[in-house]
Every structure is written in structure tokens, then in C-alpha cells.
Design a protein around this ligand. Structure first.
Ligand code: BES
Ligand code: MN
Ligand code: ZN
Length: 490
């Protein structure tokens, strides 16, 4: 999408669809300005009782070949209460109401009280992300007329700096959405490896794929146990972004890459959403999406290692038995008391491998527990960290990206729940606090001196109805947070 700042005012702006945000109580005064350009606007506003309440929308189509052909008014609520989320929501609502128009979308919001670069950035992100639709699996996709350019009206020209990372970031989010939405007969472990290979080619990154035999040689018994009930070979994917010039920080991004999670012999039954378990590679989609953005943005000073241990959790005669004891790459033995707690097993070996790269910080993303969804719903991911500075940096990055993120406790005493009679630990603790014991399990596989955070994205990976910048379906959650975080380390 072509993104720019327009220095014209409402009266002179020319384009195809104009979106104007109006605070509550404001319509009458702005209507006067709009009226000279769009005769009849003030009548429509009063006839349709448009008061500028949050979420209110008024769409006017003056004439098919008029300029602009459509005017969209978006309610913003109380002027004093318009925050960045309000701008995002208004931009998203305006963009969605512009579907059906080709050409240039003009957007004017009350920018004044915000940092202009940031306001430009988040509104442009919101517009592009909310115009997304996935038509790959339709025989005859409906022809969608969409704006191909965005002009932000009324911002200083210098705010254009805020637009620079927008397309690269959104392309990463869209890649993540495509990977998550595609079903497990399309997105297999091999397909994720292929996606990483395409990124390596396109952006000159370094790629290593460990096949099953390589993983065996490295003693990755936890990861391989999960994969052994599937007919598809596992793929352990390591993609590296190296900056030009000196490396100041080395970071690792680890993603859970279960391309399907049947639960294994602890099969997902009754309401366990087995049909949605294509999204169990959401963590790997986020880290691949982030790598795409990073490849394009080329931040200086940071080296980024992406690690994904990808496989399916299936049932056949070779599948893991509930009760099996397996050995992770560091020798830790694990009693698999529940085959449906498979993500943490794959992540154990992935985190050990990531720590071998000697990173300054490791962040893992995983659709790890239903318990996290119960705790926080689908608008927020939970996160756990052994390092306050890293936690704060992630909070800031998520905030700037408009992604909900909430820190949760690594309560050590809950580790008792993972005690095994025979092995070093079990993979599953009691149901209460299930997302916390999952995080404590992962912590066992992270070097003590490495800053680490675990982000449980089981809730926000998918949006049934769609909300804000996310159309219904895969959200691409995590990409914006990761990109912001990585670029802030540069
Ligand atoms: N992939 C699931 C987590 C999940 C469940 C994500 C529902 C989104 C929606 C994970 O592998 C899993 O099955 N976790 C179990 C853990 C339990 C057996 C300790 C869960 O959350 O029920
Ligand atoms: Mn599972
Ligand atoms: Zn899973």
C-alpha cells in the first residue's frame, strides 16, 4: 500500500474515499466545513442521528464518479478520552468502510495531542491490517475493490518517518496470518521449513534445517517423542538474520510449531476445539512473520536467531504412550503423563538449542495452554519472564504495536506440581494454574544466565468474530511486538 502524508485540508483533498474521525459533540462544527465540499452532509448527520459516539459510523456515497466517491464519518467518543487505541480503532473502522472503493483513501483524525510519527504509524498499520482478507481457498474469489494508497491528512510532513516501517511490519503480520489460517494439509512441518527457506533466499539469511536423524544425533528426545506418531517428518528450523556491521546484541526468537495437535492418545475430545488445532503453529508463524519484517527493515547491531521445532501431534502405532519417559537434549528425563501437553516438549529442545547460540535474550511464543485463554481471554497474551528489563521492553513493544500483553507470575512453589515419581519431571501439573506450570516447565530448559520470556498466545492467535485491526480469523498476533522489540535493541 502506498503511504503518505497529505498537506492539503479537507476542502481541497482529492482522492477516492475520505474517512473523517469526529469526536462526540463535534459533528455540528466540522459539518459546516464538510458541508461546503459535500452538500447535504449536515442533513444526513442529523437525520441519521450521528453524534460521534465511539463506534458510530456514517457512510455517504455522493456519486459514483464524484471525487471522492465515498465519505465515511467515524465516531470517536469524548475528545479528551481519545487515546492511541482510539485512533487505531477509528482507522480500522474507516478502512473497513472503504472496502468497495479503489484508489486513494484519505484519513483525517484528531492527531494533535499525539506524537505525530507514532500516530501516523499506528493508523497506517491499522488501515492496511484491517483491509486483509484470505481468499486463497476459494474457487472463484469475490473481486474486492480496495484502496491501494493511504494519505494521512493534517499531519506534519515530518510524520512520514513514522510510515517507513509500516509496510514491512504489516507484510510480516500477513505472512503469519496466512500460515495460521492455512489448514494442516497445507501447512506441514515441511511447508514451514519451505517458508523459512524462501525468507533465507529473499533476504539473504542463513538457514539450517535439522532432519529427524540430526535431531536424534543431538539427543532431542522430547521433541522427537511428540513427532513420532505422525507420518510427516519433523523439521527443526534455524534461521539467522545477521546485520551489516558490528553485532551488539544477539537475540533468539523461538516459536511453537505444531502444525496440528490432535492431543495424541490424550485425544482432544468434547469441546477441546480439535478442528482449530491448525493454529497450534501460531508461535512459529509469528516468529517467521517477524523474520520477514526484520529481513526487510534490516535493523543494525542485532543478530536474530529464529528457532522452530516443527511437527504434528498425532496418533498411530508408534505414537508416544501416556506414561512414556523421554530424555531431552540436556539429559533431563520427562514422564509424559499427558500427550496433549506436547508443545512444552518440543519447546524444551528448541530452548536448549536456542541457548546454545549464546543469545543475550530469548523470547518464545506458543499457543501453549487453554488455561491462559481462561485467564486472559482472546485479546491478551500472557507472558512470563526471569528478567525485569526484558519484561519491560516487551511491554513497551507490545504497547506500541497495539497488542495486549499481560505479565504473569513464575511462582516457584508451583513447580511441585511437576514432580514425577520416576523421572526428573512430568510434563503436566494440576489444572489450576496450568499456564504457570507450563511456563515453569519451560524455564527448566533455559540457561540460568539468559534473559528469557515466554509468551502464551493461545488466546489472541485467533479471533472468531474479528475485532479492531483484525478481520475474523488468524490475527498474526506477536509480529508487531517482536518487530518493535528487536528494532528497539538495535
Ligand atoms: N495447543 C494446546 C493449547 C490450546 C488449547 C491452545 C486450546 C488454544 C486453545 C496445547 O498443546 C494443549 O493441549 N494444552 C493442554 C495442556 C494440558 C494437557 C496440561 C491444555 O491447555 O488443555
Ligand atoms: Mn496439546
Ligand atoms: Zn498444542
Amino acid at each position: 500500500m502506498r503511504l503518505s502524508i497529505s498537506s492539503t485540508n479537507l476542502k481541497e483533498w482529492s482522492g477516492d474515499v475520505l474517512v473523517v474521525g469526529l469526536p462526540k459533540g463535534e459533528p455540528s462544527t466540522t459539518a459546516v466545513h464538510l458541508e461546503s465540499r459535500f452538500p447535504g452532509v449536515s442533513t444526513a448527520i442529523s437525520q441519521q442521528a450521528f453524534e460521534g459516539k465511539t463506534g458510530q459510523k456514517l457512510v455517504l456515497n455522493p456519486l459514483a464518479d464524484a471525487n471522492p466517491q465515498r465519505l465515511v464519518l467515524v465516531g470517536l467518543g469524548d475528545i479528551d478520552a481519545i487515546d492511541l487505541d482510539g485512533l487505531r480503532a477509528a482507522a480500522a473502522a474507516g478502512a473497513q468502510a472503504s472496502i468497495g472503493c479503489n484508489g486513494c483513501l484519505g484519513l483525517q483524525l484528531p492527531w494533535d495531542s499525539h506524537n505525530p510519527d507514532h500516530a501516523a504509524r499506528i493508523s497506517a498499520e491499522a488501515v492496511r491490517l484491517s483491509l486483509y482478507a484470505d481468499q486463497r481457498f476459494q474457487k472463484e474469489p469475490e473481486q474486492r475493490r480496495l484502496p491501494t494508497a493511504l494519505e494521512l491528512i493534517g499531519l506534519p510532513a515530518s510524520a512520514a518517518a513514522g510510515l517507513e516501517p509500516v509496510n514491512a511490519t504489516c507484510a510480516g503480520v500477513e505472512l503469519a496470518r496466512e500460515l495460521v489460517a492455512a489448514p494442516p494439509n497445507y501447512v506441514t512441518p515441511a511447508a514451514l521449513a519451505e517458508t523459512a527457506a524462501a525468507l533465507a533466499r529473499d533476504y539473504g539469511m542463513e538457514l539450517t534445517i535439522l532432519e529427524r536423524a540430526d535431531c536424534e544425533a543431538r539427543g532431542m528426545g522430547a521433541f522427537l517423542a511428540v513427532s513420532q506418531g505422525s507420518d510427516l517428518p519433523p523439521k527443526f528450523i534455524h534461521l539467522i538474520y545477521r546485520p551489516e556491521g558490528a553485532v551488539k546484541r544477539r537475540l533468539a526468537l523461538v516459536g511453537k510449531g505444531l502444525t496440528f495437535d490432535s492431543g495424541g492418545y490424550n485425544l482432544k475430545v468434547g469441546g477441546a476445539q480439535i478442528d482449530m488445532m491448525k493454529f497450534d503453529m501460531g508461535g512459529s508463524a509469528s516468529v517467521l512473520g517477524a523474520m520477514r519484517s526484520i529481513g526487510e527493515l534490516k535493523p543494525a547491531g542485532v543478530e536474530v536467531h529464529m528457532v522452530v521445532a516443527s511437527c504434528e501431534n498425532m496418533v498411530n502405532g508408534s505414537a508416544v504412550h501416556p506414561g512414556d519417559i523421554v530424555t531431552a537434549a540436556n539429559g533431563t528425563t520427562i514422564e509424559i503423563n499427558n500427550t496433549d501437553a506436547e508443545g512444552r516438549l518440543t519447546l524444551a529442545d528448541a530452548l536448549l538449542y536456542a541457548c546454545e547460540q549464546k543469545p543475550d535474550a530469548v523470547v518464545d511464543l506458543a499457543t501453549l495452554t487453554g488455561a491462559c485463554v481462561v485467564a486472559l481471554g482472546d485479546e491478551m497474551a500472557g507472558f512470563w519472564s526471569n528478567n525485569d528489563a526484558l519484561a519491560e521492553a516487551l511491554d513497551t513493544a507490545a504497547d506500541a504495536g497495539g497488542e495486549g500483553l499481560w505479565r504473569m507470575p513464575l511462582r516457584q512453589s508451583y513447580k511441585k506440581g511437576l514432580k514425577s515419581l520416576l523421572a526428573d519431571m512430568k510434563n503436566t501439573g494440576p489444572r489450576p494454574g496450568g499456564s504457570i506450570t507450563a511456563a515453569l516447565f519451560l524455564k527448566e530448559f533455559v540457561s540460568q544466565d539468559t534473559a528469557w520470556a515466554h509468551i502464551d498466545i493461545a488466546g489472541p492467535v485467533w479471533s472468531d468474530k474479528g475485532k479492531g485491526v483484525n478481520p475474523a480469523g488468524a490475527t498474526g498476533y506477536g509480529v508487531r511486538t517482536l518487530v518493535n522489540w528487536v528494532c528497539a535493541q538495535a
